[in-house]
Design a protein around this ligand. Sequence first.
Ligand code: NAD
Length: 262
Amino acid sequence: MSNSPEFTFVRVALITGGAQGIGRAIALRLAADGLDVAVDDIPSQLPLLEEVVAEVQKLGRKAIALTYDVSKEEDVQAMVDKTVSDLGRLDVMVANAGISGGITPIMDADIAHWESVWAVNIRGPLLCYKYAAKQMVKQGQGGRIIGASSICGKQGFAGLGAYCASKATVRSLTQTASLEFAEHGITVNAYAPGMIETDMTKRSVDSALGGPCAAVKRVMQIPDAKVGQADVVAGLVSYLAAPESHFITGQTISIDGGIRFD
Ligand code: NAD
């Protein structure tokens, strides 16, 4: 069965960091759109991954759970290979996995800690883009690669230097990859969420501001005074993954409720 009038086959998506939060919402949305999905996360998240797989199967789509570490080259290569061997192909790569790394002031910078944030947030997307593109080129039918930047990739936040630098890198990596992959019909874009209510923001806001997500509304001017939910990001990814988004590439798209800082 096709999931688009333009395709005579079922497209396959691979979502990293898919056990919870934004990644989980993306996996469920792409399955609802008619794609088969592979969801990857770290091994301790396997029970949550299996719940996502069960939810996808209820939508009538195939799903597999994977536990590869996106910061390791051999893992990312194996993750793509396993997706292709189990689900037949790879058409949409969502390099969503990321960590905040907690508070990392520059004057106290511990290089090993900063590099541990970059291993997941920079090396991860780089490797996902690399191996997904190689597979898509082999298939010869184009593809969609989508990364996870952040409002922190556009603007510095005191105490979040390691994270901000990593998310700015996703932005430039996305633009560069879009230029390199264009001749193969592969688009590369990223989402740049503001404050989306997930475990990550609960953890980082708790440590940064000493309070829950609601505290953010007092320090950031969000016009509709709402913290976003993961499904709004999933809706954007649904569009970026779809055939009709073929004329959008190299973009990092803000999805932040219109946050203003000045
Ligand atoms: P989250 O912490 O809820 O989920 C991230 C998932 O990534 C977790 O399940 C985690 O186990 C997984 N992960 C971490 N390291 C991994 C690794 N090495 N290999 C594979 N999986 C790994 O986070 P979220 O809020 O859903 O964020 C998803 C993405 O969106 C992240 O890249 C994040 O930086 C970005 N983002 C989130 C927000 C927000 O407000 N929540 C804002 C801007 C950007």
